[in-house]
Design a protein around this ligand. Structure first.
Ligand SMILES: *[C@@H]1O[C@H](CO)[C@@H](O)[C@H](O)[C@H]1NC(C)=O
Ligand SMILES: *[C@@H]1O[C@H](CO)[C@@H](O)[C@H](O)[C@H]1NC(C)=O
Ligand SMILES: *[C@@H]1O[C@H](CO)[C@@H](O)[C@H](O)[C@H]1NC(C)=O
Ligand SMILES: *[C@@H]1O[C@H](CO)[C@@H](O)[C@H](O)[C@H]1NC(C)=O
Length: 479
């Protein structure tokens, strides 16, 4: 039985407890007791975080019984209450909010049945009172702790203690949005029961330890928004259970190892905003569980032609923007039936665009802007109307849409109309090939007179908004 405030507890407090008091004259004889050491430890720990003004024995004489503390859960072991979960920070209105001068009291490590410990927005003072995670005593919690979380604590600094490596029962380690720094300790690889490892939004540096590749129960690994450098370890092929891998916004470099294709259950792979190079490995096409593949903003190079994209039938989001990709856009991309977001913008793609791209049944954002695509855009007026600025084709100087085929209100945003054919006999082709040669002055004069400007800046803004939206979507997966 848990003491957190569920309905049976409320009933207990409202009805059974007063009866007990009435009959026996003393609450202690009805409610299970809590050992004095456990109770004193709890009061001291909380006082360390909330300040000396907080007086537990005054406010919560029976913290696991009839005066429960928000954020604390207890369980019975051999007829005594023990604390099993401790959540510090303003999660609910009346939960435990930290004082400016917080401290970890050693009693924390004496809660021998503690399964879950979390700190949210508790260590917030970066200048006056930054604080490090205690290093010595985590081993005392090795027998019980399954979940450890520090979230949104900018005043929490220093390194991850190597003693975290002793927490053998840990299934979830979340260190998200703190001020932590230094290298990741190698012995995090000892935590073989980990299902979730979230280290994003800190200042971690150094390489990803090879040892992490041994975490074969791991489902979620998020190391995004740090300053991790070096290559992706080849051992990552061992993370066979992994569902989500987010290493975006770091300084990772080198090739994406072909072993990544061992992650057969992966649904999210985000390596964006790093320094990966050397082209896309062909083995990517074996990752048929992928729903979101985000590799944008890497100096990747190479082209898309070597991959058979139709194998990735599950893809919903494919962002390959700003990757120095060359060559044409392969037809196999047109077979991604579930794709909703396709970002191929800001590369060096050349050639014509197949109108079949517009026939992707689920597409709601398609960005091809900032390339060197050529020729006529032959998508339908309906498509332009439906997509608006979520169809990006601007900044392709040699691309135009056939004038006259579309009404003025449904034209591709930021794209110039092809030179209008002056009604001479059949010289259509000659006129259009002129455009292919980049007769730009003439075109822009023509567009200006029609009331179109070159929308370069708006276009970028639009992409930017779309990316923020994406980030919010991706974050939503985790929060
Ligand atoms: C809490 O209050 C009680 C009496 O109101 C007092 O005896 C006790 O010393 C106080 N404890 C702390 C830690 O301030
Ligand atoms: C991958 O997912 C399938 C189906 O959900 C599951 O049966 C299988 O055990 C998973 N593979 C690994 C290595 O976890
Ligand atoms: C494009 O990618 C490079 C790294 O390859 C990065 O420095 C640059 O900021 C990115 N540009 C945009 C607009 O994201
Ligand atoms: C764009 O492609 C055309 C040929 O289609 C080529 O002449 C031109 O140099 C390319 N422009 C850039 C910036 O690469």
């Amino acid at each position: 039985m848990k003491s957190s405030s569920n309905i049976s507890d409320v009933i207990f407090v409202l009805f059974i407890l007063p009866l007990g008091v009435w009959c026996d004259g003393e609450a202690e004889s009805v409610v299970a007791p809590m050992g004095i050491a456990e109770k004193e430890a709890l009061y001291s720990i909380i006082q360390g975080f909330l300040g000396n003004g907080w007086n537990g024995s005054d406010l919560y004489p029976d913290p696991c019984g009839w005066t429960p503390i928000q954020g604390i859960s207890c369980d019975l072991f051999d007829g005594l209450w023990y604390v099993t979960a401790l959540n510090i920070g303003p999660i609910h209105d009346n939960s435990l909010a930290c004082a400016p001068n917080v401290e970890f009291r050693p009693h924390l490590f004496h809660l021998k049945h503690l399964k879950s410990l979390s700190f949210f927005s508790c260590f917030v003072s970066t200048l006056q009172h930054p604080i490090a995670i205690p290093t010595e005593t985590w081993g005392l919690l090795a027998g019980s702790l399954e979940s450890l979380e520090f979230r949104s604590n900018p005043g929490l600094i220093g390194q991850i203690p190597t003693t975290f490596g002793n927490l053998k029962k840990l299934q979830s380690l979340v260190l998200l949005g703190n001020g932590l720094m230094g290298e990741l300790p190698m012995n995090i690889g000892n935590l073989i029961n980990l299902r979730q490892l979230v280290l994003s939004g800190n200042y971690f540096t150094g390489r990803i330890p090879d040892s992490l590749g041994g975490l074969n129960e791991l489902l979620i690994f998020d190391l995004s928004r740090n300053s991790i450098s070096g290559p992706l370890p080849l051992t990552f092929g061992g993370l066979t259970s992994l569902l989500k891998l987010d290493l975006s916004k770091n300084q990772l470099e080198g090739k994406i190892p072909t072993q990544i294709a061992n992650l057969k259950n992966l649904t999210l792979l985000d390596l964006s905003n790093n320094k990966f190079s050397g082209g896309l490995p062909k083995s990517l096409q074996e990752m048929s569980s992928l729903e979101e593949l985000v590799l944008s903003s890497n100096p990747m190079g190479g082209d898309l032609m070597s991959l058979e994209w139709h194998y990735l039938q599950g893809l919903i989001i494919l962002d390959l923007s700003n990757m120095s990709l060359t060559g044409g856009i392969p037809e196999s991309i047109e077979e991604l039936k579930r794709i909703r977001f396709l970002g191929l913008n800001d590369n060096k793609f050349t050639g014509n665009l197949s109108p079949k791209l517009a026939a992707l049944p689920s597409v709601s954002a398609l960005y091809l802007n900032g390339n060197n695509l050529t020729g006529e855009l032959k998508f339908s007026e309906l498509f332009y109307g439906k997509m608006g600025r979520r169809f990006g084709a601007w900044n392709n100087p040699n691309l135009c849409y056939p004038n006259g085929l579309v009404s003025r209100s449904h034209v591709p945003f930021g794209v110039k109309p092809c030179l209008q054919e002056v009604t001479l006999h059949g010289s259509d082709h000659d006129e259009k090939s002129k455009l292919g040669n980049g007769n730009l002055d003439q075109i822009s004069q023509f567009t200006t007179s029609l009331g179109f400007s070159s929308h370069g800046d708006d276009g970028l803004w639009c992409t930017f908004l779309a990316e923020i939206l994406m980030i919010v979507l991706v974050l939503n997966f985790y929060l």
